[in-house]
Design a protein around this ligand. Structure first.
Ligand code: ZN
Length: 479
């Protein structure tokens, strides 16, 4: 990194194809984006810029707002890829019942640090840390320390799977943590993260009251097959806790009645398509959310399976939605001739949708006065960067994280020319190495290997009437 991007120096991205994510989903060819301080100053062709402005050549590239991930268990990045073959049941057993408690504050720190860095690298400028392994407030302190060490925008969603929300949310330690650490500035927001089990006694009420008292929104895994269902939604509704700003994660197995309650109360759904596809919370729900006009944002859930890459989320979401439409039509002997969900809509989910979910109208778009969280997708050595005919389609189906050339957060360059700027990846690597070493030693070799390699159920190969040994001799060519 040269002196090119000195703090305070304006920056202009010149000549890109700009997707400002305005209401009409414009595509602006050959357009400049000028950043002054922490804000977008102007978007337009051939902008005249203040003297001394740093220039970034965006020709041949796509300029869009930074992406927003509304649900990510960042601490689990310490075990990246470990659970690739898990179901949700295996995930619950591993973290909730067996090994979540083994995580020390420094392990939470290590996972969060790597996850936060990874987000910036992929052009995800805002991430909600759905931090649900805070079995002490020291764990939460470590999580926030990591978020503060990385120049991204985050929302710390405090949770704790090791206890009921009505227990941890009502402690003096929790209140003290909120007062000490959650100042809810521009770069670090705050939510409460807990699930509503459907217990008719509704013990979660106490935690909702704490959230209300603190003026914090609640994010909750809702409509998760075998875990949360319509009962939770009904209890929240009947008790007056389905407030605007609530984020319902997954919401994959709910009735129309529950979707209507979400839509009517101003909530939104964080869809984690890749997660829903592998784990089994339910079918990725955009195909039904669309019908109820429920606002959607996207999320990656956890790197114990997937990476923090919203290109992947956009692609998977389009595929899942269209698959379902075709499947439903075929059941009735019908043919889908026109797709409902479009590429520009998933790009909107990944940007403005996330901003709306977080109540941040200054994020998720490139307009004068909005925050300068900007992504330039450009890769001159890639055969996949041209022709650039359908920019939204290009973002959703063609681009990938390796094409993220430049990233700005709050007007600061955090990735330039494909490389992270001012990030100590070595420190993150050694923190992760000691966590992995510690976890392996704590679990023991056998449990570690068993956890990563779940048993495969037996598959019976079906009888095949075409399998017979004299096929060759019975063919017309044989004799
Ligand atoms: Zn989750």
């Amino acid at each position: 990194m040269s002196d090119q991007f000195q703090p305070g120096r304006p920056i202009v991205l010149r000549g890109g194809t700009v997707l400002p994510m305005d209401a009409s989903k414009s595509v602006l060819r050959d357009t400049d984006v000028l950043v002054v301080g922490d804000k977008i100053e102007a978007v337009g062709p051939n902008l005249s810029v203040p003297e001394g402005t740093a220039e970034i050549d965006a020709t041949g590239g796509l300029v869009m707002p930074g992406m927003i991930d509304t649900h990510r268990h960042m601490w689990q990045t310490a075990m990246r890829g470990y659970g690739a073959d898990w179901t949700l049941t295996q995930y619950f057993v591993f973290y909730y019942l067996q090994h979540g408690k083994s995580f020390r504050p420094e392990d939470i720190y290590a996972g969060n640090l790597l996850s936060a860095i990874e987000a910036l690298d992929a052009g995800v400028t805002t991430t909600v840390d759905w931090s649900h392994n805070n079995h002490t407030t020291q764990h939460a302190d470590a999580a926030v320390d990591a978020l503060e060490a990385v120049p991204g925008r985050f929302v710390f969603a405090y949770g704790n799977i090791q206890g009921g929300a009505w227990e941890w949310a009502t402690t003096p330690e929790f209140r003290d943590f909120v007062e000490r650490r959650m100042h809810r500035g521009d770069m670090l927001g705050f939510q409460l993260a807990f699930d509503v089990t459907g217990d008719p006694a509704f013990p979660e009420k106490a935690a909702f009251e704490v959230a209300r008292d603190l003026g914090a929104n609640v994010t909750t895994h809702a409509g998760v097959w075998g875990a949360t269902n319509d009962d939770g939604i009904r209890l929240m509704y009947d008790n007056g806790f389905m407030t605007p700003g609530n984020v319902y994660v997954h919401a994959a197995t709910l009735s129309d009645d529950s979707y209507q309650r979400i839509a009517a109360t101003g909530g939104s759904v964080s869809v984690s398509t890749e997660s829903e596809q592998s784990c089994g919370q339910g079918y990725p729900p955009t195909w039904v959310l669309r019908k109820h006009n429920v606002p959607v944002s996207l999320s990656m859930d956890t790197s114990v399976w997937w990476s923090g890459d919203l290109f992947s989320a956009m692609r998977a979401t389009l595929g899942a939605d269209r698959s379902r439409e075709h499947l439903e039509a075929h059941k009735n002997g019908d043919t889908v001739t026109h797709s409902h969900l479009r590429a520009d809509q998933v790009v909107e989910y990944a940007t403005r949708g996330g901003a709306a979910a977080l109540g941040r109208d200054d994020l998720g778009q490139l307009a004068p006065g909005t925050k300068a969280d900007v992504v330039l997708i450009k890769n001159d050595s890639s055969p996949v960067m041209f022709p650039l005919l359908n920019p939204y389609g290009h973002v959703a189906f063609q681009a990938q994280r390796g094409d993220v050339h430049t990233v700005l957060v709050d007007g600061k360059v955090v990735k330039s020319d494909g490389k992270l700027v001012g990030i100590d990846l070595g420190a993150a690597r050694s923190a992760i190495e000691s966590t992995v070493e510690y976890l392996q030693a704590t679990l023991g070799e056998e449990a570690w290997a068993a956890g990563m390699n779940p048993d495969i159920p037996e598959t019976k190969v079906l009888d095949n009437p075409y399998t017979y040994t004299d096929y060759r001799s019975s063919s017309t060519h044989g004799n």
